[in-house]
Design a protein around this ligand. Structure first.
Ligand code: AMP
Ligand code: ZN
Length: 466
């Protein structure tokens, strides 16, 4: 498989450290609010990547953190803690907010057919691991204490900006909001590993540490949680492009300084979902959620299809008009699939040729829009319906668009006439048993007048309307 690697900014062949095994890490949500559909674009594309790696035969271990502490309103280590902001907004405790929005996140994921990662770890579970990594960084001389906080010293690295010439705009977003000067920092790019002093003294969650009562920085959590569950060598790390700097850049700095060797081989960044106002973001207040789309009558899976129609490395603009087009396309597609028969044997050679076409698209830097066109190729293919169904089922292991899911019939309302018909049939059976042919014939005529066809089968009597 060829994947674009932000590390090196080129398309590269994907070769994991251990043949057949992929250690994968995903930056999880900051659970102070609902995920918006921009966040979910990133998680949909990461889900497709994970499923495609499995489809290709890899044994994948995917780990995700839940950011429930340490993410400040500016990614440049300043501002209020986002969790605390959420708690204040809703007059709840930070842990209540975290639990509520973590559950809401996974409920949205389920609706979008996003598989839950193998390991999900909230940052607040791993305080000991953070303290251990920060202590080692101090011992190795990569960190320093200043003004009560522990900072990472970026001047100790030969290269800090590992992602090179990333789009200026994306880098600017990375340090969004007001960037305030922190005079404790020796270098502009240094970042906090552990806070004991913050302008926001009312931080709710604090833990004892060798440097005093405090809380971890945001970046350290991903380095530690990945190491805890994926070991010292990570194959692929994912996130939205705004995470590349400073978050991922800092993760690499501290992980490699701690480990003493290269850490993660491939970096997979999903470009943003924008709306008419630009990048969709939680801090903008009114943002689009899955529930909002549902309340407007949209099937969340249609939003998944909307995302798959575009390449993950292109920014995507959301509009209701394009979503409506997607609804039409999805409904048409599902009708064509529903019309496929179910009998017959799979023609394996034809199936393999169609699957090869899908692999060719996906192996080329996860080209989901081309992968999606293979669904249409399958429907048009010179193959029997059983083959088409089989291939669609295989493709849906990755696309997860419910391609073979039978439409749930609305439960039929009981027809009040049915009970009367059942009673008449019962009476007719009795009459026939008693050789009362006149009554039996009269009932038959009565049923015929009601357009009811009675059929005598070896299993008894059945009936239906004409
Ligand atoms: P957060 O909950 O803010 O930590 O973000 C969760 C994930 O969503 C991260 O991987 C972000 O990079 C990503 N993300 C944030 N905004 C957008 C957007 N507008 N489009 C796509 N991904 C985004
Ligand atoms: Zn992260």
């Amino acid at each position: 498989m060829i994947l674009y690697n932000s590390l090196g900014q080129t398309k590269q062949e994907f070769i994991p450290h251990t043949p057949g095994k992929v250690n994968m890490y995903t930056c999880g949500p900051t659970v102070y609010h609902y995920a918006h559909i921009g966040n979910l674009r990133t998680y949909i594309m990461e889900d497709v990547l994970e499923k495609y790696l499995r489809f290709s035969g890899y044994d994948v271990n995917r780990v995700m953190n839940i950011t429930d502490v340490g993410h400040l309103s500016s990614d440049a280590d300043t501002g209020e803690d986002k969790m605390l902001k959420g708690a204040k907004r809703e007059h709840k405790t930070v842990m209540e907010i975290a639990q509520f929005y973590t559950d809401a996140f996974f409920a949205d994921c389920e609706k979008l057919n996003i598989k839950r990662p193998d390991v999900v770890e909230p940052a607040t579970n791993c305080i000991d691991e953070f303290i251990d990594m920060v202590s080692v960084l101090l011992e190795k001389g990569y960190a320093y204490l200043a003004g009560g906080n522990v900072y990472f010293d970026t001047s100790k690295l030969s290269t800090y900006y590992v992602f090179g010439n990333m789009n200026e705009e994306d880098l600017a977003v990375g340090v969004r909001d007001s960037v305030e000067e922190d005079e404790n920092k020796r270098n502009k790019t240094d970042f906090v590993l552990w806070f004991t002093k913050s302008k926001f003294e009312d931080q709710e969650l604090k833990w004892e540490s060798p440097w005093g009562l405090g809380y971890p920085g945001w970046h350290i959590e991903c380095s530690c949680i990945s190491k805890k569950h994926n070991g010292e060598y990570l194959d692929i790390h994912c996130g939205g492009v705004d995470n590349a700097f400073p978050h991922h850049t800092n993760e690499i700095a501290q992980s490699e300084a701690y480990l003493g060797h290269p850490w993660c081989k491939y970096w997979f960044h999903v470009l943003h979902l924008n709306d008419a106002r630009g990048k969709m973001s939680k801090s903008k207040g009114d943002f689009l959620t899955v529930s909002l789309l549902e309340s407007k009558g949209y099937d969340p899976v249609v939003y998944r299809m909307f995302c798959l129609q575009s390449h993950y490395r292109k920014p995507l603009t959301f509009s209701y008009e394009s979503l409506d087009n997607c609804v039409k396309a999805y409904e048409k597609l599902m009708k064509r699939i529903a019309a496929l028969g179910k009998d017959g044997d799979v023609q394996q050679e034809k199936a393999d040729a169609l699957l090869a076409k899908f692999k060719e698209a996906m192996d080329n830097d996860l080209n989901t829009s081309l992968g999606l066109t293979v669904v249409y190729d399958v429907l048009k293919a010179d193959a029997n319906d059983a083959t088409k169904r089989y291939v669609l089922g295989e493709l849906d292991k990755v696309l997860s668009l419910n391609l073979l899911k039978e439409k749930e019939e609305a439960p039929k309302e009981a027809n009040p006439e049915d009970a009367e018909i059942e009673a008449l049939i019962q009476k007719r059976t009795e009459a026939r048993k008693n050789k009362d042919w006149a009554t039996a014939d009269a009932i038959r005529d009565q049923l015929a007048a009601m357009h009811i066809v009675v059929v005598d089968t070896k299993d008894g009597i059945s009936w239906h309307r004409e």
